[in-house]
Ligand binder design. Structure first.
Ligand SMILES: NC(=O)C1=CN([C@@H]2O[C@H](COP(=O)(O)OP(=O)(O)OC[C@H]3O[C@@H](n4cnc5c(N)ncnc54)[C@H](O)[C@@H]3O)[C@@H](O)[C@H]2O)C=CC1
Ligand SMILES: CC(=O)C(=O)O
Ligand SMILES: [Mg+2]
Length: 603
């Protein structure tokens, strides 16, 4: 069912993708109006007459049958009208209106929804993902109409093992879980953070072709420390302070056990947990369940690929990565994850110790440069703290501008969640960088939390910079026909491939080796010519291709590590006999692609 692999290649033209080839059947246990009200099966006016007869739909729909392509065009026309009619309105109003029209389609007809999403990913990703998803989370209680995903709250302790069976799908492959404690750079949004798992899983369907019938967005509501939400009478989550310590962990433990009991092979992606729980849960579960933390591990892999790209962009050999001076602003789950992976990469490439590999990296948090002199040094940041003798002229807590002026880094990475902290002065100081192509990565999300805008980066730091941001910005017009290219350095380039590769490998764990393989694959995706033009990451339009390659790299590493158990009738042996190209093809063949399948009722 749904495995319509041959339709998956994203390079197919639209007319070919509305192919007349007959897809395999899809088994349905419902009939009549229940089918129309189920977005998984609903085709709106697209049900052929024979199917209307078979499924008890005759008379429940207007008589005319409208083709998938016509429905698609109708939706896009409505969307274009909405765009026209909201011109000149405030940005947030327009963004939410666009989200609403897409969400209504999502609620009604998933096949059509995912088709328009896949075909228009560059236009729609900023609505269902960052930045608009942040706005949606902030306004979630007001926007709420229908539930999506599952909600496990602190009040459900002892019940989760039975609750998990309330989910209607028999099979689940991918779960994205949050506790809402650090939603993008927007802080603690409590239960409203459910928008993030929903958006991430939409990207799983669009980029990795995970079957939408097998995804599960999950909110673990353990309370919130956001006073505004606690006082908001419309707030839909538990109005109590967050659980802490063992009480907190016991809720997550129970959820993980329940998931594993029902779907032992499901992959759980932890998303947007505050730092202490992000690290603690990763350590707690990574050897026990097939899980990963996207903010720590996915972000690290994407950032490392970009950092390697900055070396190539200067026209230097990759081995020069060890000489790159990199300042990371933000010592949270993302910043520390990036440093950890980058240091390991240097140590591996050069064959030196991790201590030696750290010398080129500088870490700044809200209290400034992190050094061993700090009185309350966070143990998670301690491995990257500079000793005073290594940073002459820079004391504990030195500011961003002081560090940039003194170090003259090749790359300045922002993962602080603080909008605008790469201000004019900081960006101008990057003109003195020792690099011929200084790189600025303003990776915080959503857009208003980016450390700087693309336009400011090119204006103040110079036209020869390489720029990347977590949320999308338009390319910058530099005049005289020149364009400042904007890269999107977002973990969306890795997490779908990590999840899909792990899933098809049948591995029970996601190892550092698998994550490293994902990052290396992304790093080598761009050609020399593109990188020299400052293009470090692919266009979002090729995200299915990227994901197929990344997924294959992850799968092959799982095989190499002897962890792959396979899936269905493709076991370890078959996987291990596949060439690299065959593995990519196998991944593509297993990507779901939205077409209307004939619905067949189970007797
Ligand atoms: N582009 C991407 O793919 C990703 C982007 N992010 C973004 O990174 C940001 C941070 O995420 P986490 O590390 O999980 O958050 P976090 O809350 O764990 O860490 C934030 C860090 O920033 C530091 N910070 C706060 N104010 C600062 C200031 N004025 N100057 C310097 N440092 C300051 C804090 O001390 C802390 O170390 C968020 O905005 C998130 O959206 C996170 C994951 C992926
Ligand atoms: C992209 C992402 O995962 C974040 O901003 O948290
Ligand atoms: Mg995240």
């Amino acid at each position: 069912m749904w495995n319509l692999a041959r339709f998956a290649a994203s390079s197919l033209s639209r007319s070919r993708r509305f192919s007349t080839a007959i897809p395999g059947p899809c088994i349905v246990r419902k009939r009549g109006a229940d089918i129309l009200h189920d977005p998984w099966f609903n085709k709106d006016t697209g049900f052929p007459l024979t199917e209307r007869d078979r499924l008890g739909l005759r008379g429940l729909l207007p008589p005319r049958v409208i083709s998938f392509e016509q429905q698609y065009d109708r939706f896009m026309n409505s969307y274009r009208s909405l765009e026209k009619n909201t011109q000149g309105q405030p940005d947030n109003f327009v963004a939410l209106s666009k989200w609403r029209i897409l969400n209504r389609l999502h609620d009604r007809n998933e096949t059509l929804y995912y088709r328009v999403l896949i075909d228009n990913i560059e236009e729609f990703a900023p609505i269902i993902y960052t930045p608009t998803v942040g706005l949606v989370c902030q306004n979630y209680s007001g926007l709420f109409r229908r539930p999506r995903g599952m909600y496990f709250s602190a009040k459900d302790k002892g019940e989760m093992m039975s609750m998990i069976y309330n989910w209607p799908a028999q099979k689940v492959d991918m779960i994205v879980l949050t506790d809402g404690s650090r939603i993008l750079g927007l802080g603690d949004l409590g239960v409203q953070g459910i928008g993030i798992p929903i958006g991430k899983l939409d990207m799983y369907v669009a980029a990795a072709g995970i079957n939408p019938q097998r995804i599960l967005p999950v909110m673990l509501d353990v309370g919130t420390n956001n006073q505004m939400l606690l006082e908001d009478r419309l707030y839909l989550g538990l109005r109590q302070p967050r659980l802490e310590g063992d009480e907190y962990l016991s809720v997550v433990d129970e959820f993980m056990e329940a998931v594993h009991a029902r779907w032992p092979k499901a992959i759980v992606q932890f998303e947007d947990f505050q730092m202490k729980w992000a690290f603690e849960t990763l350590q707690r579960y990574r050897k026990k369940f097939c899980m990963f933390n996207d903010d720590i591990q996915g972000t690290a892999g994407v950032a490392l690929a970009g950092l390697l790209g900055t070396v190539r962009a200067e026209g230097r050999p990759l081995s020069d990565f060890m000489k790159q001076k990199i300042v990371v602003v933000g010592a949270g789950s993302a910043g520390l994850g990036v440093l950890d992976m980058a240091v390991q990469a240097v140590a591996r490439m050069v064959g030196c110790s991790e201590t030696a590999a750290k010398s080129q990296f500088f870490l700044i948090d809200k209290d400034g440069l992190v050094t061993t002199e700090r009185s309350n040094l966070d143990p998670a940041a301690a491995p990257f703290a500079k000793s005073p003798k290594d940073v002459e002229g820079l004391g504990e807590g030195a500011s961003i501008i002081e560090v940039v002026k003194k170090v003259k880094p090749h790359v300045l990475v922002g993962l602080s969640g603080v909008g605008g902290i790469f201000n004019e002065e900081v960006l101008k100081a990057m003109r003195e960088s020792v690099s011929t192509k200084p790189a600025i990565f303003a990776m915080s999300n959503p857009t208003m939390n980016a450390e700087c805008t693309a336009a400011d980066a090119f204006k103040h730091a110079g036209e020869n910079i390489v720029f990347a941001s977590g949320s999308p910005f338009q390319n910058v017009d530099l005049g005289d026909g020149k364009v400042g290219h904007v890269n999107q350095a977002n973990n969306m380039y890795l997490f779908p491939g990590i999840g899909l590769g792990a899933l098809l490998s049948g591995a029970r764990l996601i190892t550092d080796g698998m994550l490293q393989a994902a990052s290396e694959c992304l790093a080598s995706y761009m050609t020399e010519e593109e990188v020299l033009k400052g293009m470090l990451y692919p266009s979002i339009n090729s995200i299915r291709n990227v994901t197929a390659e990344v997924g294959a790299a992850v799968l092959r590493e799982a095989v190499a590590e002897g962890l792959a158990e396979g899936r269905d009738d493709i076991g370890f042996k078959e996987l291990s006999l596949m060439s690299k190209e065959e593995t990519v093809e196998y991944i593509r063949d297993n990507m779901w692609y939205p077409v209307y399948s004939p619905l067949v009722r189970e007797k």
